[in-house]
Ligand binder design. Structure first.
Ligand SMILES: [Ca+2]
Length: 101
């Protein structure tokens, strides 16, 4: 994954990074979850960027969430299917979802 793909509003500096390996997600909408590889990064512009890297040759951004500010840490709670992001003294949780493609 090249550094420029984390660019949002001209800012590319990565703050936090988490990998969700073999994460079950029903991306084709057939009712059965398949394992996917997700990479989550935050950048200095205050965004959580979500990439699917199941095919390492074709890493694709599948979501981005604006945060209250730059974030330093990401934790994926696989059981609760949530992502927690630490942003200074604030925190935000978000439900791990992906639209059927
Ligand atoms: Ca499926």
């Amino acid at each position: 994954m090249s550094s420029h793909c984390t660019e949002v509003d001209g800012d590319i500096q990565v703050g936090g990074l988490a990998v969700a390996a073999a994460y079950p997600m029903d991306t084709d909408g057939d009712g059965t979850a398949e394992p996917h590889e997700y990479v989550l990064v935050t950048n200095a512009a205050g965004w959580l960027l979500i990439y699917v890297a199941t095919d390492r040759a074709a890493v694709t951004q599948v979501g981005r969430i604006e945060l209250p500010g730059p974030a330093s840490a990401i934790v994926v709670d696989r059981l609760a299917r949530k992502v927690y992001v630490a942003a200074g003294t604030a925190a935000r949780e978000t439900q791990a979802r992906q639209e059927a493609g």
